[in-house]
Design a protein around this ligand. Structure first.
Ligand SMILES: [Fe+2]
Ligand SMILES: [Fe+2]
Length: 166
């Protein structure tokens, strides 16, 4: 059993906040899986795309793989800080039906739409995490605000791509 008794009397590590901590660990675990699935989806789609029109999208996705993996690491580290255990792969359930590499490898628009859906889903979930942390877990909130800013940047970038391709 992990140690869950803390010496501090204030903040998210305080024994009095154990229930809140459990709730936040649950939200962070979901965030971790969303990032990990995004890593897989972006890597696969970047490799799958063909054609001159797709090249910039593929390169952008490849760069984002690294950034999303960095987010996953941050979530795993914060789960650990909150007396949790980052999940093992057997707990993984895929959800990104909309980010399967397209049958037509030149279908850039469907990939762009899939990325926008993934980023929008991340933004919505991270808003929930930020709100859950309010007043009790400033450090998680601060971390997730930074990550939210990255995802909003990704969303806007792919919205601009979509505008160009349509
Ligand atoms: Fe991310
Ligand atoms: Fe992202």
């Amino acid at each position: 059993m992990p140690r869950t008794e803390s010496a501090v009397s204030a903040g998210i590590l305080a024994p009095a906040n154990a229930a809140k901590r459990e709730e936040i660990v649950g939200l962070l675990t979901r965030a971790y899986w969303m990032e990990m699935e995004t890593v897989m989806s972006y890597a696969a789609n970047a490799a799958a795309l063909d054609g001159i029109r797709a090249q910039e999208i593929a390169e952008s996705l490849d760069a984002d793989v690294t950034e999303e993996l960095g987010h996953a690491r941050k979530f795993a580290g914060r789960i650990k800080d909150l007396y949790g255990t980052p999940p093992g792969t057997m707990e993984f359930t895929p959800e990104q039906t909309y980010l399967q590499p397209p049958e037509d490898s030149t279908d850039v628009v469907s990939v762009i739409r899939g990325v926008i859906e993934a980023e929008a889903g991340a933004i919505e979930h991270y808003m929930r995490v930020i709100e859950a942390c309010d007043g009790v877990d400033w450090a998680t909130q601060d971390m997730v605000v930074d990550i939210l800013r990255d995802e909003e940047g990704h969303l806007r970038q792919f919205e601009r791509f979509l505008a160009e391709f349509e």
